[in-house]
Structures are given as structure tokens and as C-alpha cells.
Write a protein that binds this ligand. Structure first.
Ligand SMILES: Cc1ncc(C[n+]2csc(CCOP(=O)(O)OP(=O)(O)O)c2C)c(N)n1
Length: 666
């Protein structure tokens, strides 16, 4: 199109082609990336962004905006092109030219913490659609609290074949369909192509029927017909169910040889194909060059939501000061002042009346007061509510069409739960805490990894944290989970030793705003080991719980349920005139992240170092050294009453004391 054409003569195809060519050019320049999806889905995205999305590019984090999630994160250039064209600050043409380069705002896959306007990190297929379910749920839950005046938006997803093939999508769509999340609209880029070739080599699911069976409205449209796409979205907006719009598209639309083939999926087109594609699209401009008229039309689309954002801000301003401050606090993720007070109060009570309870029960006791102090905390469980102890008396569950509660029955969907939790947290205004057994963290792990990577403050309540769960046997007994979760950057794992530490760890989990926290809790009862003292001792990850009588000859480090064993071993040793100290380690990796001085003081200079944890040794050498003594697990568990298992695997106070004395006498 010549530069002289006025903005109002710009057509849908001009707008969509601008997205296509930016994607082609950026992938070509990077010599890496995925041009096929942006080229194929450009028509869908153009209709959505220019006609439907309530979006203000000048304020991309305005709380009542519609959310757009590019679930097929490999098509990231589609999103970057849209953010650039609509005028999001910082998303310059130079950033597109630096696609996939170090420190650019255009990394290989969308990262919400790097790129303004990106709602969530996507790339592992299936995560985006499942995260969006959480966003759509958060919208309804906040709407139930604040009304249409403040919370009234939709969540749109662009999902690919891969997204819908991944198992997590089933958990997500079943939950969304059940809960009737009618503000969730999924645009399916139905191109029938993935990396290995046409989908027909591996898949024959009728996605429309599948979604319908899960309680969705589902329709098929021509994904290159803007009117048909528009009609389907308009219908979806009126539906009382979530909607799938299967948009039949051609991957790599416009590429002369590669369109419609897997060759268009994930590599640069190459000079010849690129030239051919531009010719086919009628595009005559230099690489990365967008004619002024098209630029202007896209910029106008970017400001389309501005009147909505302005009106919304006026409505917010008009609220009574207190309501407004509370809403803003929650949206900004600022934690309430009452949290510290509530936990301090609870600890006082625990010191006065010690509770010898399982830490899952201690967690419930903590939640009784914390849920009152933190109204944005939303709990839930993947069908283990009575075992996880997450539903306190003051919480009511949400149900289809009824979103006023604060408890979510996620169903037996650990992965879907963890992804939905990401969406709830990223939406803003709510803090999600979801529960299951620790061993099933493995079922939730890919979404937990996104939380860690994307800095999502979700809380995982994972009970039945060792062989201490007993009779359910080795399938249910976590052994390697603690080590593997501790190894995940930015994941914080707490394993509190008693009711006091549990309250402290809950506080630390909720005060954290830059990443996820896991609370590993016991099924079995534990004595309260903490004596009265002021301060959150769990905060540095480890502290001296019980000093030695005299100069310590050994330090026994332990976490969770094994702190009791460490204390009993200390006693046995003391009776034999051997002074040892006990260090409680509620968070090994948090402790290892402390400055050297802090670590050195807690580790101490006793020659013999022992760690006791009913899990594998991996990770503990950083504290006890490779020649330190480890008392724990080196195999899977077994099925028996838990006390028998501790004896069977040699995790006892006698064994700890005996090993220390043997080493001492060497
Ligand atoms: C969980 C996961 N497994 C594998 C991949 C690697 N991968 C990236 S794109 C892709 C194929 C996707 O095909 P499709 O979803 O149809 O996208 P399109 O070819 O239409 O771009 C695969 C296997 C991934 N990103 N995530």
C-alpha cells in the first residue's frame, strides 16, 4: 500500500499483514523463531485487538482490562507485533529487531516479567490456556466482591493444536466448563499442523465436540474471514458458557511453498520464501517498515479502550476512600497490615498453650486467623480438602455461577490447579493457595516452574510430606520431591517443625510477592518444640533451636518432623556427657542464600555435622559437607504404620546418637 493512503482506508488485510511481515522479518533477522503461527493467526488477532479487546496500550496494566493470553508461546512474535503496533511503551521497532537477543524485551517466548503488556509467561504448551482459566475465575471472584463497577472484563486465549493436545488442557477446560466461566473465550488456531507434520499422524480428536462435552459453547469458523471471526466473538460474549472458537487457518499464510506445511512452523522462511510471501500479501515495503497509514490505524486500535480505562478510573476515584484504598492495596499486591499482628497473636497463644499437632493441623490453626487478616487469600485443594486441612470454618466454596466464596474445589487436577493459581495471582487482587499431597507436586510441577520463573506469589500447601504418612506406602511417600523442588530457582520450600514454625512459614509465604512458596506439612502429630521468644525465627531459613550444654561437639540439623528426632538424639547424647546442638532448618535453600556470616554462625564450629531428614540427602552436603553424617532416605518408602517405617529406615534418635558417637570415637 502506498504511504499516501489515509488511515480510514486501511483494510483488515493491511492490518493483519503488518503483523505477518513483522513476524517474518523478526524471525528472519534473529535466524530463529516461529513465523508460521503469527502468519496464520494474524487475522484472528487483528479482529480481536481492533474490534473486541478492551485494551488501552497507554496503560497495559489497567486492572479492568481484558486479558489476552497467547497460550502458544512459540508464536511470540504475534504478540510482540501487536504490542508494538498498538503502541505499548517500550515495545519499539528496535525491540522487534532484537527478537530473541539477550536483554531484549522480545525473548523467545513471552515472559510477563520482561515485556510490558504480556500477561503471563507461556511456551510450555497448555500452560497458557490453563493459566487463563485462573484469570477468568479471579475476574468472577473479584466481581462478586466488587461488582461490575470495578471488575467487568473478559479473558481471551489464542491456543494451538499443541495446547489442546497437552493433558493439562483437559483439566483446564473441564474446570472452566464446570464453573461456567463464560467470560473465557478461546480462539483455537486450528491449522492442523505441528512439528512432525499434519496432526492426522497422531491426533483425531474433534475439539469442538470435546469442548462441548466439557460444558463449553464451541463453534467452527474460517480463521481467515474477519467477519465470521467477529460474529463468533460477539456470540461468545453473550454466552452463559465459556466459548471455544475453532478458527480454521493456514499455518504460514502467504508463504508460497511452506504455507500449510510443518516447514512453516519453526524456522525462518529464508530469503526466497520471504520475498514470495510478501509478494503474495501485496507487501512492497522494506523489512520492518510499516506504512504510516497502517501504523496510524493500529495506534488508533491501541487507544480504543482508553475511554473505558478513563471511565473506570473515575469510578474508582468516586468510591469511598477506604474502599478505594483497600481495592488498590489488593490490586497492587501490598499485603495487609494485620498479617503480622495475627501471626504474632497466634504464636502467643501457642506459647501459652502448646499444640502437639500435625503441621497440616497447625496450618489449619494458622489459617483460622490468617484468612481473617488476609481477605484476598483464596484457598483450595485438588480433592484432598479433609487431608490438607485447607478449608477453615470461615470459608465457603465457590460453585458454578456463585463466585462469592474463597474456597476452590479444584478437583483431581493438580496440574490444572497450579496453572489456575498462576492465573489467579497474575490477574491481581487475590492470593491463591492450593493443596495436595507433596508427592503429587510432580503432577503440578510444570506450572509451579512457571510460577518460579515468572515470579508468581502462589502458595502450595503440600501435606503428607514423608514416610511419616505411613500406610499409604511408597507411591504416596515423597522422597526426592524436597530436593528437586529446592533445586528450582526462586521456589521457596518450607518444612516447619511444629505449630509455631508453621505459623511463621505461613507469614513468610504470604509476605513474599516475588515468587512461589511451598509448605511441606506432616500427616503425623509432632510435639511443639519452640519456646517463647520474639521474632520470626524461620525467616533466615535456619536457626539454633536447642544449644548444647557446654561446648558443642556436634551439630544436628533437621527439618520438619525430624526436628523431634534431633532433639531426642541431643538428649541421649547429653545423658552420655556428649554436648550437641540442634539447628532447625525450615528452609534449606533460604538458609543457603543467607550471607556467609549468618550461615557460619548457624552452622557453628562443632566438628561433627549431621543432617536428619526423611528424604534423600541431595542438597544437604552444602551444610554438613560431603563427609557429614546424613540420616534419611536413600530408597523409596514402604507401606506400614509410620513409626515402624522410621525404625525400618533407621531414622531414629538412637541411630543419630549412635552414628555421632561412632564418628567421635573414630
Ligand atoms: C509442553 C511442550 N512440549 C513441547 C514443546 C515444543 N513445541 C513447541 S511448538 C510445538 C508444536 C506445536 O504445534 P502447534 O501447537 O500446532 O503449533 P503450530 O505448528 O500451529 O505453530 C512443540 C512440540 C513445547 N513448547 N511445550
Amino acid at each position: 500500500m502506498p504511504d499516501t493512503v489515509p488511515a480510514d482506508r486501511v483494510t483488515h488485510s493491511d492490518l493483519a499483514n503488518a503483523v505477518r511481515v513483522l513476524a517474518m522479518d523478526a524471525v528472519e533477522q534473529a535466524k530463529s523463531g516461529h513465523p508460521g503461527l503469527p502468519m496464520g493467526a494474524a487475522d484472528i488477532a487483528t479482529v480481536l485487538f481492533t474490534k473486541f479487546l478492551k485494551y488501552d496500550a497507554t496503560d497495559p496494566t489497567w486492572p479492568d482490562r481484558d486479558r489476552f493470553v497467547l497460550s502458544a508461546g512459540h508464536g511470540s512474535m504475534l504478540l510482540y507485533a501487536l504490542l508494538h503496533l498498538t503502541g505499548v511503551k517500550g515495545m519499539t521497532i528496535d525491540e522487534l529487531k532484537r527478537f530473541r537477543q539477550l536483554d531484549s524485551k522480545t525473548p523467545g517466548h513471552p515472559e510477563n516479567f520482561m515485556t510490558p503488556g504480556v500477561e503471563t509467561t507461556t511456551g510450555p504448551l497448555g500452560q497458557g490456556i490453563a493459566t487463563a482459566v485462573g484469570m477468568a475465575l479471579a475476574e468472577r471472584m473479584l466481581n462478586a466482591q466488587y461488582g461490575d463497577n470495578l471488575v467487568d472484563h473478559r479473558t481471551y486465549v489464542l491456543a494451538s493444536d499443541g495446547d489442546l493436545m497437552e493433558g493439562i488442557s483437559q483439566e483446564a477446560i473441564a474446570l472452566a466448563g464446570h464453573l461456567k466461566l463464560n467470560r473465557l473465550i478461546v480462539l483455537f488456531d486450528d491449522n492442523g499442523i505441528s512439528i512432525d507434520g499434519p496432526l492426522s499422524i497422531t491426533d483425531s480428536v474433534d475439539q469442538v465436540k470435546r469442548f462441548q462435552a466439557a460444558g463449553w459453547q464451541a463453534v467452527r469458523v474460517d480463521g481467515h474471514d474477519p467477519k465470521a471471526i467477529g460474529r463468533a466473538i460477539a456470540r461468545a460474549q453473550k454466552s452463559d458458557k465459556p466459548t471455544l472458537i475453532a478458527c480454521k487457518t493456514v499455518i504460514g499464510f502467504g508463504a508460497p511453498k511452506r504455507a500449510g506445511t510443518s516447514k512453516a512452523h519453526g524456522e525462518p522462511l529464508g530469503a526466497e520464501e520471504l520475498t514470495g510471501a510478501k509478494a503474495a500479501l501485496g507487501w512492497t515495503h522494506a523489512p520492518f517498515e510499516i506504512p504510516e497509514a497502517i501504523k496510524a490505524a493500529w495506534a488508533k486500535a491501541g487507544k480504543k479502550g482508553r475511554r473505558h480505562s478513563r471511565a473506570w478510573k473515575e469510578r474508582l476515584k468516586a468510591l469511598p476512600a477506604e474502599n478505594r484504598a483497600e481495592f488498590e492495596r489488593r490490586i497492587k499486591g501490598v499485603r495487609p497490615k494485620g498479617l503480622d499482628e495475627a501471626v504474632t497473636g497466634l504464636k502467643k497463644r501457642l506459647f501459652a498453650e502448646p499444640q502437639n499437632v500435625a503441621t497440616r493441623k497447625a496450618s489449619e490453626i494458622a489459617l483460622e486467623v490468617i484468612t481473617e487478616a488476609v481477605p484476598e487469600l483464596v484457598l483450595g485443594s485438588a480433592d484432598l480438602t479433609p487431608s490438607n486441612n485447607t478449608k477453615t470454618k470461615n470459608l465457603t466454596a465457590i460453585s458454578p455461577g456463585q463466585y462469592a466464596g474463597r474456597y476452590i474445589h479444584y478437583g483431581i487436577r493438580e496440574h490444572g490447579m497450579a496453572a489456575a493459581m498462576n492465573g489467579i495471582a497474575l490477574h491481581g487482587g487475590l492470593i491463591p493457595a492450593g493443596a495436595t499431597f507433596l508427592v503429587f507436586a510432580d503432577y503440578a510441577r510444570p506450572a509451579m516452574r512457571i510460577a518460579a520463573l515468572a515470579g508468581v506469589p502462589a502458595v502450595y500447601v503440600m501435606t503428607h510430606d514423608s514416610i511419616g504418612l505411613g500406610e499409604d506406602g511408597p507411591t504416596h511417600q515423597p522422597v526426592e520431591q524436597l530436593a528437586s523442588l529446592r533445586s528450582m530457582p526462586n521456589m521457596r520450600v518450607f518444612r516447619p517443625a511444629d505449630a509455631v514454625e508453621t505459623a511463621e512459614c505461613w507469614q513468610l509465604a504470604l509476605e513474599r510477592t516475588d515468587g512461589p512458596t511451598l509448605l511441606a506439612l506432616t500427616r503425623q502429630n509432632l510435639p511443639q518444640v519452640r519456646k517463647e521468644a520474639v521474632g520470626n525465627f524461620s525467616a533466615p531459613g535456619a536457626y539454633e533451636l536447642s544449644p548444647a550444654e557446654g561446648k558443642a561437639q556436634a551439630t544436628i540439623f533437621a527439618s520438619g518432623s525430624e526436628v523431634e528426632i534431633a532433639l531426642a538424639a541431643q538428649k541421649i547424647l547429653a545423658e552420655q556427657g556428649f554436648p550437641a546442638r540442634v539447628v532447625s532448618v525450615p528452609s534449606l535453600e533460604l538458609f543457603l542464600a543467607q550471607p556467609e556470616k549468618v550461615r557460619a554462625k548457624v552452622i557453628g564450629d562443632a566438628k561433627i555435622k549431621v543432617a536428619v531428614e526423611a528424604a534423600v540427602r541431595f542438597g544437604w552436603d552444602a551444610v554438613i559437607g560431603s563427609d557429614g553424617i546424613f540420616v534419611g532416605m536413600s530408597s523409596f518408602g514402604a507401606s506400614a504404620p509410620y513409626k515402624d517405617l522410621y525404625k525400618h529406615f533407621g531414622i531414629t534418635a538412637e541411630a543419630v546418637a549412635e552414628k555421632i558417637l561412632r564418628t567421635h570415637n573414630l
